[in-house]
Write a protein that binds this ligand. Structure first.
Ligand code: SF4
Ligand code: SF4
Length: 228
């Protein structure tokens, strides 16, 4: 029958309208901006940089390797590497970005920068209220605007951030264990070397004293031999 689809649709609308007075789940209109729907865990918008602790400079994970800059398809990341170094999360001295800009008017939210970063330093944000009156400078986000704490990352992506923290803790523990094993191996090798007698030592003494079998050190008087 012509128009039956429209009637079915109207019936659904009517059922929801009447039902919304009794069941809150049927209220499908959200009074934005006072009310907001929760965003799903995997929602993403534009990238941001993560820092650990309270200091955005000291805790910044980015080591300015520039992999993300090279891999970004629309080339909207711009990095200048620092001249000096600062310790990373395992205490290793690393460079950091003196300049790190992302032009979000060009960024296409592809997340490739996140996928290629070996340091878990760049992640996708959920902030979508970014409209500006000015087209260029205001949409060019600087390092200071891009830097956000690990605490913020946990707030917006709790599951992912938990997994990242575990990976970093495992990597730090593995690095520490490797360092400890290397130090122990070096100490053992030094002890073994000290305990082994030097086979060259008697020959060096003979050469120095001219007396076969002499164990005197060079420059010392050899012990007197008993005459038959
Ligand atoms: S999300 Fe994609 S386009 Fe945006 S900065 Fe990262 S790599 Fe570039
Ligand atoms: S965000 Fe990651 S990939 Fe990009 S420069 Fe920093 S450490 Fe390298």
């Amino acid at each position: 029958m012509i128009g039956s689809g429209i009637l079915k649709g109207m019936a659904v609308t009517l059922r929801n309208f009447a039902g919304s007075y009794f069941d809150k789940e049927r209220l499908i209109t959200v009074q934005y901006p006072e009310e907001r729907n929760p965003l799903p865990e995997n929602y993403r918008n534009f990238p941001f940089l993560i820092y650990d602790g309270d200091d955005p400079h000291a805790g910044l994970r980015c080591v300015a390797c520039q992999i993300c800059e090279k891999e970004c398809p629309p080339q909207c990341i711009y990095i200048i590497k620092s001249k000096d170094k600062k310790p990373d999360y395992v205490g290793k001295p690393q460079f950091y970005p003196a300049v790190f800009d992302i032009d979000i008017s060009v960024c296409m939210s592809c997340q490739i920068c996140v996928e290629v970063c070996p340091f878990e330093a760049i992640k996708m944000d959920k902030d979508f209220e970014l409209s500006q009156r000015e087209r260029f400078n205001h949409l060019l986000l600087r390092k200071e605007q891009l830097s956000k704490s690990n605490h913020y990352y946990h707030k917006i992506h709790p599951v992912e951030a938990g997994a990242v923290d575990k990976n970093l803790a495992d990597a730090a523990a593995a690095a520490e264990a490797k360092k400890k094993a290397a130090a122990e191996a070096a100490a053992k090798a030094a002890a073994a070397k000290a305990a082994t007698p030097n086979p060259e030592a008697p020959r060096q003494s003979e050469a120095a004293t001219g007396v076969p079998g002499s164990t005197s050190a060079p420059g010392q008087t050899p012990p007197e031999t008993t005459k038959p």
